[in-house]
Ligand binder design. Sequence first.
Ligand code: ME8
Length: 522
Amino acid sequence: MNSDDSFYISTPIFYVNDRPHIGHIYTATIADIVARRQRMIGREVFFLTGTDEHAAKVVDAASDRGLSTRAWADQNAGAFRKAFQDFGISNDDFIRTSEQRHIEFVEKVVSDLEATGDVYLGQYEGWYDVSQEEYVPESRAKEHEFCSPVTRKPLVRRAEENYFFRLSEYSKPMLELLERNPDFVKPEARKNEVIGRIKEGLADVPISRTGGGDWGVSFPGNPKHMIYVWIDALLNYASAIDLDRRRHYWPATVHLIAKDILWFHAVIWPSLLMAISKARGNEWLSVPNTVYAHSFWISEGQKMSKSLGNFIDLEQLHGYKERFGLDALRFFFATQGPLDTMDGDFSRSRFIEVYNSDLANTVGNSWNRIVNMTRRYCAGRLNRKVDGEGLGAELERIASKKPQDSLGVGYVSHGVEMIKAIDSYIQETQPFKLAKDASNSSQVEEILYRCAEAYRIASLYLWPALTEKMTEVWYRSGLLSYTEVLKNRGSGDLEQWTAWGGLSEGTELLEGPALFPRYSEE
Ligand code: ME8
């Protein structure tokens, strides 16, 4: 079991047949926001991402370009690594399935499973979805007119001698797991889909292929067979843990994925882990706490596709970053993304609308007003430290609400609500009017302290998404030590930080450029 204060979050490992796009950056950003918040509340976080390299489509994409598979995989793995840096992702490790540490682990596990009989040699014939690298059961193939349920590309008939994983043995343990741990699959509706499909019955699954070249991990003792890319891929979550050094992070707290790969994560992966535990003794690798499957981004109202030309690629994302700032993109992902069971539409007009209303007019403007009034009426300093009367109770009410998603991403919206509460408070108390009469000066000082202090509290809710701009706010209000605390993982204490009164008397608020300048298309 992992220690209570550790928190292990992963993204899928992404195929290197092409460069990253919005979907990959989205999942990584959400995982990043979760990871940052968990570090903030004092957990010791391990945040893993990486690349899935041994897929046939990587081989095909490389040969289309006249490159070696290795060269193409290296190039794209590099592109993922760079993109994650460019978009502020704070992953602790980046695993590639072509690394030796991973390959050795896969070989060891597969040998163990062969020894217990959970993996055996047999015959398979069925419908294969080349675009998704998976077999599709007869009934599902029929239902989708023998096309890929995901990409609509025609399925192909494949027959082969394969090694199989005895998944059929795990229906009962899987149903028990889902019963015992109601948080195992999130959101709730996804869990019901999974339970429904398990109840239809689980068949053994092929886990090797032959004749597809030598790009992959060969089956231990029978190198004619290569280990199927999905088994190879799922094991990354364990191989990266480096069982001596990072053992205390196990089991994973959350595997964050999208709905397209839910079955692999919610059924095959835990079954595999149960089989591994059987081989190695109980609890060697126990099942994750939660598999969280978000939905898809679509674009301008339609499914994204290369042929429609509405694919939001890396260049476009860089365009948003340059024009609006990285924080604006992260904020849009956090508050408008398909985190639940509905797909989310990424449209430029919506992006601008959210940017202007939440960031320019609320988060940015409110800070600007507080600083300007403090400079104008109080020589730039918060001269009077007071309690939160008139504002504190409202902040507490907002803070006590549970966000809709179980990951806690919704806390970002709490920060915006808190800032709206500051704006209402300014509206009610009218410090700009009071300041006209010098005899009100202490009252004005009190109001401005309350606003700045409430903003400080809101900034802590916003920081996991708005990391650059809230760090800037901390700089402008003498709180730069926060960033030092956050660098030392696990030393943050959010309760203490968000308690009223963090800003000391005499704090100077510094002027600076607008945090989020209003955007207009002209
Ligand atoms: O499936 N909207 O890799 P992959 C939101 N290698 N998220 C999206 C998205 C969209 N339109 N499109 C993709 C694989 N994603 C395997 C995984 S894990 C052991 C192996 C995101 O490169 C989302 O996280 O096809 C989805 O699950 C993932 O990219 C699929 O990435």
